[in-house]
Design a protein around this ligand. Structure first.
Ligand code: THU
Length: 146
């Protein structure tokens, strides 16, 4: 698993090149690690009606769902920054962490696999890993509705 981390982080950085972010110019890529070893990526997808923007993490999770792999997520890597000439993100010194909405969406899918998933947040010199429960303590999740 941990041997796959460099690959997962590279996938997130590569995915950021595909961001559609003409309004913010901020490119984000997310990469989900699946039980199978497969990686599913997403990039942020903005809209002229700004509030309709989809974050990279949410796009990746929706892709996994569409492929019938929603309950197989074991980790996520996120990379982002202002777009460079080649459309890759110019990654800053502070790690990018998921927005509040994405943390809640991650909680939903992590619970499907009964895991407190690691969230690998990329910065200029490497990455910082948080557990989802650190980023979203005392979370409301599927179990609350049982
Ligand atoms: N964004 C993400 O894709 N994921 C995050 O976790 C933070 C923010 C996107 C949304 C918007 O397109 C751009 O970054 C600037 O907020």
């Amino acid at each position: 698993m941990s041997g796959n981390l460099p690959r997962l982080i590279k996938a997130a950085k590569d995915a950021a090149k595909n961001a559609y972010a003409p309004y913010s110019g901020y490119h984000v890529g997310a990469a989900l690690q699946l039980d199978s070893g497969q990686i599913v990526t997403g990039a942020n997808f903005e809209n002229a009606s700004f509030g309709m923007t989809l974050c990279a993490e949410t796009v990746a999770i929706a892709k996994a769902n569409s492929d019938g792999q929603l309950n197989q997520i074991t980790a996520i890597a996120i990379a982002g920054g202002p777009a460079k000439f080649d459309m890759s993100p110019d990654i800053g010194v502070d790690p990018i962490t998921p927005c509040g909405r994405c943390r809640q969406i991650l909680k939903e899918v992590a619970d499907l696999n009964a895991l407190d998933i690691p969230v690998h947040c990329v910065h200029a010199k490497g990455h910082v890993t948080y557990l989802l429960s650190e980023l979203l303590p005392h979370a409301f999740g599927p179990a609350n509705l049982e």
